[in-house]
Design a protein around this ligand. Structure first.
Ligand SMILES: *Cc1c(COP(=O)(O)O)cnc(C)c1O
Length: 427
């Protein structure tokens, strides 16, 4: 039971939003986060897709490590309250739970684009007959740069090695059956299928199980960038079976700006010693790491892809948030998220006007928390105006306003307040 099974019919008034917040079984979690203030009041923060809010406990988690560093110096690696040597382990279990993986399959390390490159070093192994990469058109720029540079690195040309999945003319999102037919057509020349789990611009969530199945059936490697899916969708990576996945921890995961990122390598590759990989000492078998021997012996599982000792202060902040995720549970969060985003859609649909349209898919399986609202005229000015009032969404050129009610800390009343002002300013 998630507590969200019985949805009342949505009502348009503010009293309904207030009543829904009262009934919300996750309502206390809002109190655990720090909201930016505007004229003394909480702002309406719908920007968790860009930078999640700070848990109130983050400072204490970080201070613990600063204190141990002050009092123990280098000894903190072994004698800190949470010894730094195995510190990243403290996150393995909860990270695995968050993305539906086994602890062996996940590690927190580096930053997102770095992890994407590390994964492509191991899993993009083009040959003359099979060198293509299937991506979504309009993927996040960093992913586009990373993929194109990897193609060139192997001596191929993006003009002939890159296949971009493109929506039909006049549509914003991809159709599942079109993704599948591209994979069926091009699969035999394709080395890697690399998609966002959820497209950052449109908010479209992909059917990762289905894409993985059809990719594997054609002999392709399948990877996902989950920057906008981790902490947003209820992921089952082990079961769905992609070869790898990467994500950042500062969006829905609230780990703080530039936080250490996540990486998943499916168990089937846990002991694939013959895969090419870039090596560093933190990926070396930890039992003999400090013998400092000349020969690299990777640890099994995702741990074996680590390069460097991680930023403990950043991991500490992330732990504060992961403890909250564990308590709230992704299943309950997702249930609230489905309701909250439908409510946002409901209120917007009551203000329907040619001045805006929602480009995110309507079906709950095909989206997460975010709705992308296309505002063809003066949208940027609208977004800036709302920001000044303390209503924070995110503007993407040329015409998209992205808002995400985040189930951990947003309320129905936040959504109500947003739509009221959005509609008023639009007029
Ligand atoms: C946010 C985001 C990034 C950012 O990359 P960093 O390496 O964390 O700077 C990359 N890819 C996607 C899909 C994103 O959403």
């Amino acid at each position: 039971m998630t507590g969200f099974e019985f949805q009342p019919e949505f009502q348009p008034g503010e009293d309904f939003a207030i009543a829904m917040d009262e009934l919300d079984p996750l309502k206390e979690f809002r109190e655990r986060f720090l909201f930016p203030k505007i004229e003394g009041g909480d702002c309406v923060y719908l920007c968790g897709h860009s930078l999640g809010l700070q848990p109130k406990t983050a400072a204490a988690y970080v201070e613990q490590e600063l204190k141990d560093w002050a009092q123990l110096g280098v000894e903190g690696h072994f004698r800190a309250k949470n010894p730094w040597m195995p510190y990243h382990r403290l996150l393995a279990e909860q990270t695995a739970e968050l993305v539906g993986a086994k602890p062996l399959e996940v590690v927190v390390m580096n930053s997102l684009t770095v992890n994407l490159h590390l994964m492509m070093v191991s899993f993009y192994l083009p040959t003359a007959g099979r060198h293509k990469v299937v991506v979504e058109r309009g993927a996040f720029p960093s992913d586009q740069y990373a993929v194109e540079s990897q193609i060139r690195f192997h001596g191929f040309d993006p003009a002939t090695s890159l296949i971009e999945l493109t929506p039909l003319p006049g549509e914003s999102c991809l159709r599942d059956e079109d993704i599948e037919s591209v994979i069926e057509r091009a699969g035999n020349d394709t080395a890697l299928i690399l998609l966002g789990g959820l497209n950052y611009a449109t908010g479209q969530a992909f059917d990762m199980a289905r894409i993985t199945r059809s990719g594997h059936a054609r002999g392709c490697v399948v990877g996902f960038d989950l920057a906008h899916a981790a902490g947003n969708l209820h992921l089952k990576l082990h079961e769905w079976g992609p070869d790898f996945a990467v994500w950042c921890s500062y969006k829905y995961l609230n780990g703080g700006p530039g936080c250490v990122a996540g990486c998943f390598v499916h168990e089937r590759h846990a002991r694939s010693w013959d895969l090419p990989r870039l090596a560093g000492w933190w990926g070396h078998d930890e039992k003999s790491r400090f013998e400092m021997g000349p020969k690299f012996q990777p640890m099994s599982g995702a741990d074996g892809w680590q390069l460097s000792n991680p930023s403990i202060l950043s991991l500490a902040a992330l732990r504060a948030s992961m403890d909250i995720f564990h308590e709230a549970s992704m299943e309950r969060l997702r249930a609230k998220s489905v309701s909250l985003t439908s409510y946002l859609e409901f209120l917007l649909s009551r203000k329907a006007s040619p001045k805006f349209s929602i480009i995110t898919p309507r079906e709950k399986e095909r989206r997460g928390a975010q709705l992308s609202i296309r505002v063809p005229r003066n949208g940027r000015a609208l977004c800036e105006h709302l920001t000044q009032e303390g209503i924070l969404g995110d503007w993407r050129e040329p015409d998209t306003f992205r808002v995400a009610p985040v189930p951990l800390y947003n309320s129905y009343r936040d959504v109500f307040r947003f739509v009221r002002r959005f509609a008023a300013v639009l007029d």
